[in-house]
Write a new protein. Structure first.
Length: 136
């Protein structure tokens, strides 16, 4: 998630960040549904340590770009603890506008999602494990 350092509030800017990321990092990054969240993808690795090292490098590049080019900071979390639904807009990309249009609401996990979904467990209806992504 992106933060404004003057008061640590959530900040829009994922589209500007994506446009300014170096290609080596940008090829592993995409906007999340919310306009204040960036998703990072690592490649496949033989060990957890190798995946963690790549993720650390990617996060470092995101942090440097945010600080130096946009004056923002990054925090790894689901949703800012003080953000309300009206604080969290959706990303501007076509995919996210289509998702928003197809749903009544995009927001935090619903009570009926159950604990397995909240932990990233199996999908309702037995759809297998949920994919893991790192959000910043």
């Amino acid at each position: 998630m992106l933060l404004e350092p003057r008061d640590w509030s959530v900040a829009d800017g994922v589209d500007a960040l994506l446009a300014r990321l170096p290609p080596a990092i940008g090829s592993h990054a995409s906007a999340a549904t919310h306009a204040r969240v960036l998703e990072l993808r690592t490649g496949a690795h033989a060990t957890v340590a190798d995946a963690a090292a790549e993720l650390d490098e990617l996060r470092g590049g995101v942090d440097r770009t945010l600080r130096e080019r946009l004056g923002l900071r990054v925090a790894s979390a689901g949703t800012h603890p003080l953000a309300t639904r009206s604080d969290v807009g959706n990303a501007a990309g076509l995919r996210y506008r289509q998702i928003e249009a197809s749903m009544r609401i995009i927001g935090p996990a619903r009570a009926d999602d159950g604990p397995a979904r909240a932990r990233g467990g199996t999908r309702p209806g037995g759809g297998g494990p949920r994919p893991r992504r790192s959000a910043c």
